[in-house]
Design a protein around this ligand. Structure first.
Ligand code: 5GP
Ligand code: ZN
Length: 113
């Protein structure tokens, strides 16, 4: 999608520090990390947010979550981690391409701010 930062990262028009990539998804270090490990995981396909998911995305989302588990292991987050998807304005979403934050490496608080 034109003018979507994460589509541009997916097409490598914008460089990123890649952690993982396959035909369907990418994981890269967040440019403004909120924890010692902060990775953003995106599908390569443009989907706006959780609100835009439908049955056709079941396999994709399943694949992404199983990969997140492996990425967490590869990044040595054995003591725990958090996966977050901000959705919409009140959810704090700032980039309109669905993504999952993988955060770890420090004690995370609950509830978040
Ligand atoms: P959101 O606020 O939508 O949940 O998350 C968007 C995230 O993308 C933010 O944590 C922000 O720091 C990150 N981000 C925005 N632009 C870029 C970029 O160009 N490169 C990288 N690596 N991360 C970005
Ligand atoms: Zn996009």
């Amino acid at each position: 999608m034109a003018d979507c930062i994460f589509c541009k990262i997916a097409s490598k028009e914008i460089p990123s520090k890649l952690v993982y990539e396959d035909d369907y998804m990418m994981a890269f270090h967040d440019i403004e990390p909120q924890a010692p490990t902060h990775v953003v995981i995106i599908p390569k396909e443009h989907i706006g947010s959780l609100d835009d998911l439908s049955n056709e995305h079941k396999n994709l989302i399943g694949h992404i979550f199983l990969s997140i588990k492996d990425i967490a292991k590869a990044l040595d987050l054995r003591e725990g981690y958090r996966v977050v998807s901000n959705c919409g304005e009140l959810g704090g979403q700032t980039v309109g391409h669905i993504h999952f934050h993988l955060l770890g490496g420090r004690q995370l608080q609950w509830p978040p701010g």
